[in-house]
Design a protein around this ligand. Sequence first.
Ligand SMILES: [Zn+2]
Length: 86
Amino acid sequence: MPTSVTRPAIRSLEGWAIATLQEAGAIVECEEHGWMRERGDPHALARALELARDDPPRGTCSSDAVAAIEQVIAAIGDSCPECSRP
Ligand SMILES: [Zn+2]
């Protein structure tokens, strides 16, 4: 089986991380604008990290999955940029 397929792994891993964070309830989508915002719930974030560790996406090791979660959460603010616009 050829395993040297160079897919845009970063991109899809990021998508997976966002979906996982949403599933865990660590981030929510602004209903009005569709921006992701952090809920500031440490338990939800811990759950997402646990999911990453225990059940990383296929072809990804758990440390990469955890890193992806941390990267996504670091890039997401705790408020919707449009809602917080003056
Ligand atoms: Zn908004």
